[in-house]
Design a protein around this ligand. Structure first.
Ligand SMILES: Cc1cc2nc3c(=O)[nH]c(=O)nc-3n(C[C@H](O)[C@H](O)[C@H](O)COP(=O)(O)OP(=O)(O)OC[C@H]3O[C@@H](n4cnc5c(N)ncnc54)[C@H](O)[C@@H]3O)c2cc1C
Length: 386
């Protein structure tokens, strides 16, 4: 064996998993196709990740949270539907704790990289892609784009939604191309956002307004792909005007405060999260629709679970890639991910359906949600669970 664990993909999930294996004594190889400099100083990519209390607790345990220079507290969230003035509000609990925190994706990646860069037992092979991957009863093997082959005991795919490793291992996945894209950008505006996030399901569009520090907001606009492609080419002033109009001016006139980024919406669900001597983590396992902000939170808890299973195996002198480890991870992560996957997809279907019945149903759904304290408390507890 050249190492114990081979991780393919140095995005947030892969880096977090490498970090979770610190102090295990395992030799870990992480293969990432981007150059080292892009991991050390990742560029701003427009994503503002809403982190739950559970995610914060994991990042604190890893010694990563303290490396994140900026997190904006999310004091409350508001869901609106169409032109209705009614809103479903999720407020903080009695202890006044925020619902969660908004952190820029590039700052999470940077903090994770800082934490692992000198980690004993971890080799970072950056600027190298994957040629092929396979597993046998006795070992996992990857051939890198350099032609070099490496063997380990466990192969972990952290190579995103279209995961080449998943494909090489012959694991099928449900892939949904939604024909819509998200345009994300930071704006400044005249009215104070009160640290409240707004998710607004309008007719023909979805717009999320995420409150950042310094009074700024991240706008996440979802429209059919062509419409987003057109907006993305507008000059700054014209785009800001369009966003002001599309958000009905609730934050006052907007001005662009940074670069714009476009993400085509593709969701994926792997049929298995594990195989012989292999596991899928992060978006390689589940590529969620961003509307409910679960993707990274789920990926973070999944890798934490896999690392815990590995630690347990080590404690009992068992194989770290044995059937028991893979099965426990698969079952645990599937149980956590399935309700979120189904719930998010239902929400997306209901709130992007423009037929009159669907409009009535979502309006009724919001009103019902507001009247059911159990529902609101449930959502709040899910966000704040440790
Ligand atoms: C607009 C937007 C908003 C979002 N908001 C939230 C949110 O609020 N909350 C939340 O929890 N999640 C959110 N997400 C989801 C979150 O960003 C993803 O779940 C998370 O980035 C997935 O991390 P990952 O490491 O699995 O994949 P990625 O970030 O895609 O990283 C995969 C890595 O693998 C590397 N790689 C791929 N193929 C190979 C190969 N063949 N060889 C070597 N390396 C390879 C890539 O270079 C990359 O570095 C959002 C997503 C979007 C698009």
């Amino acid at each position: 064996m050249d190492c114990d664990v081979i991780i393919v993909g140095g995005g947030p999930a892969g880096l977090a998993f490498a970090r979770s294996l610190r102090d295990t004594g395992l030799e870990v190889l992480l293969v990432e196709r981007q150059p080292r400099a892009a991991l050390a100083e990742p560029g701003y990519d427009g994503r503002e990740i809403a982190l739950t209390h559970g995610s914060r607790a994991i990042l604190e345990r890893m010694g990563v949270w303290e490396r994140i220079p900026e997190a904006a507290p999310l004091q409350a969230a508001r869901v609106r539907n169409g032109r209705s003035a009614f809103a479903l509000d999720f407020d903080p609990g009695h202890d006044g704790q925020p619902l969660g925190w908004l952190v820029s994706n590039h700052l999470i990646r940077q903090a994770l990289f800082e934490a692992v860069q000198d980690q004993p037992g971890l080799r970072l092979a950056c600027g190298i892609g994957l040629g092929s991957a396979r597993t046998t009863r006795d070992f996992a093997e990857v051939t890198l784009s350099t032609g070099l082959s490496m063997r380990g005991r466990l192969l972990v795919a952290a190579d995103s939604r279209m995961s080449p490793v998943r494909e090489q291992l012959g694991i099928a996945a449900e892939i949904n191309r939604l024909g819509r894209s998200m345009l994300v950008c930071r704006v400044s505006h005249t009215k104070w956002h009160e640290q409240v996030a707004t998710e607004w399901f309008g007719h023909g569009q979805t717009i999320a307004l995420l409150p950042l520090n310094n009074g700024m907001t991240s706008v996440v606009l979802t429209l059919p792909e062509r419409a987003i492609a057109r907006l993305a080419t507008l000059p700054d002033a014209a785009l800001a005007k369009e966003l002001t109009k599309r958000s009905s001016g609730i934050l006052g006139p907007m001005e662009m405060a940074g670069s714009r980024h476009v993400y085509p919406l593709v969701t994926t669900w792997a049929k298995h999260f594990g195989a012989r001597r292999a596991a899928l983590i992060g978006d390689a396992a589940v590529g969620m629709h961003p509307v409910t902000a679960h993707g990274f939170n789920l990926g973070l808890s999944g890798q934490d679970l896999l690392a815990a299973e590995i630690r347990e195996a080590l404690r009992h002198g068992r194989d770290i890639a044995g059937e028991q480890v893979i099965r426990s991870y698969e079952e645990g992560h599937r149980a956590a991910a399935r309700p979120l996957w189904l719930g998010t997809n239902l929400l997306v279907t209901l709130y992007t359906d423009e037929r009159p019945l669907a409009r009535v149903m979502r309006h009724t759904g919001l009103r019902l949600g507001a009247r059911l304290p159990v529902f609101r408390t449930g959502v709040r507890n899910m966000l704040m669970a440790r």
